[in-house]
Design a protein around this ligand. Structure first.
Ligand SMILES: NC(=O)C1=CN([C@@H]2O[C@H](COP(=O)(O)OP(=O)(O)OC[C@H]3O[C@@H](n4cnc5c(N)ncnc54)[C@H](OP(=O)(O)O)[C@@H]3O)[C@@H](O)[C@H]2O)C=CC1
Ligand SMILES: CCCCC/C=C\CC(=O)/C=C/C=C/C=C/[C@@H](O)CCCC(=O)O
Length: 329
């Protein structure tokens, strides 16, 4: 019999998550029925959405939400071979049983040399977020200037590189000097540490004196308020995330943005990547091609050990990750 380990949300997060909010539990898995598969998680993803979504979609005692790259270890389903790798959305657990309907096989042309963990990052949900957010929400055009924050993270690092491929000038902001150096290495035109600049307003206007056509906002809050005042006329703002607000117990207040929105005739649109699930294959193939060609570079922050899931999650929320934060079981 297989005994799976799973991380439970013991207590709803109040402010920043704490170790005591999580509990590690063992679950005995039954024998497989016809049509079923047994899978073991190989890499698990820790993502910002888990913080706000836990409050809305989970109750205390539930297994933490999340995705994994998993290997099929036993199969009673002729469509799925033992040894194949899939992306699952089964939460923080080491093993699980599935009938295969809710699993995504890795693209069949996935090169052997490419880490399979990228299916949780650059060639997975975060990469797709960058791809559709830039193309469909920002509607970037060659020659434009694109601003992205949390730029050295899973989504932001792809946003900047896709904007360069699309012929734009790219400005990125991140929370450490090492992250800034990484952004310059992967082709950002301008990058700065938003935590150490004297004035965010001045740093943004120095990086692009004419302002910004597109703003891919991963952070929200005060950063977004300052940046929106530096948009060009008819600029587009993709509201992708608001990580600066996810741990707030008391909602942040203004400043309010109606005046620059009116004056510059801006468009601001929130989105969730699953809007383009019907184009998932297109997005994954485009990202995979660019990665294989070396046009999109990647970095992963790999935490070893399933027991360290909460540590990896809290570390990512604190900004300890360069590139995509994943856990290797
Ligand atoms: N709309 C959608 O469908 C999706 C939205 N998202 C959103 O995109 C954003 C980035 O996600 P992802 O790339 O996975 O995560 P990242 O890999 O970028 O990791 C999170 C990063 O956020 C930054 N950060 C944390 N706290 C703050 C803060 N208070 N102020 C500013 N920056 C902060 C840190 O970088 P730093 O050191 O630079 O501060 C940290 O490394 C998130 O807001 C997420 O919710 C992600 C996927 C899908
Ligand atoms: C409840 C308030 C929500 C506020 C906005 C919070 C977060 C935005 C965000 O980060 C959204 C992310 C959505 C991710 C969805 C992932 C799943 O569908 C799993 C997808 C699996 C895969 O495609 O690989």
């Amino acid at each position: 019999m297989v005994v799976a380990k799973a991380w439970i949300l013991k207590k709803h997060f109040d402010g920043f998550p704490k170790t005591s909010d999580f509990d590690l539990k063992k679950i005995e898995l039954p024998d497989l029925k016809d049509g079923e598969l047994l899978l073991e998680s190989v890499f698990l993803s820790v993502d910002p959405y888990m913080r706000p979504y836990s409050r809305r979609y989970m109750k205390e005692g539930d297994i933490m939400i999340g995705t994994q790259v998993a290997r099929i270890v036993e199969s009673k389903n002729p469509t799925f071979a033992v040894g194949a790798f899939v992306v699952g959305n089964k939460g923080w657990r080491t093993h699980f049983i599935s009938d295969g309907k809710d699993l995504q096989l890795l693209p069949s042309n996935w090169p052997e040399s490419l880490p399979k963990s990228l299916a949780l990052g650059t060639v997975g949900m975060p990469g797709l977020t960058a791809y559709f957010g830039l193309l469909e929400v920002c509607k970037m055009k060659p020659g434009e200037t694109v601003l992205v924050n949390a730029a050295a993270g899973a989504v932001g690092s792809v946003v900047g590189q896709l904007a360069k491929i699309g012929g734009c000038k790219v400005v990125g902001c991140a929370g450490s000097d090492d992250k800034v150096a990484y952004l310059k290495k992967i082709g950002f035109d301008e990058a700065f540490n938003y935590k150490t600049v004297k004035s965010l307003d001045e740093a943004l206007s120095k990086a692009s004196p004419d302002g910004y056509d597109c703003f891919f906002d991963n952070v929200g809050g005060e950063f977004a308020c300052v940046a929106i005042n530096q948009m060009k006329k008819y600029g587009r703002i993709a509201v992708c995330g608001a990580i600066s607000q996810y741990n707030d117990s008391v909602p942040q207040k203004g400043p309010y943005l109606q005046l620059p929105m009116i004056l510059k005739e801006l468009q601001m649109e929130g989105f969730i990547v699953s809007r383009w699930n019907h184009r998932r294959e297109e997005g994954l193939q485009a990202l995979l091609k660019w990665v294989v060609e070396g046009k999109v570079k990647y970095h992963e922050q790999v935490t070893e050990g399933f027991e360290n899931m909460p540590v990896a999650f809290m570390g990512m929320l604190k900004g300890e990750n360069l590139g995509k934060a994943v856990v290797k079981v």
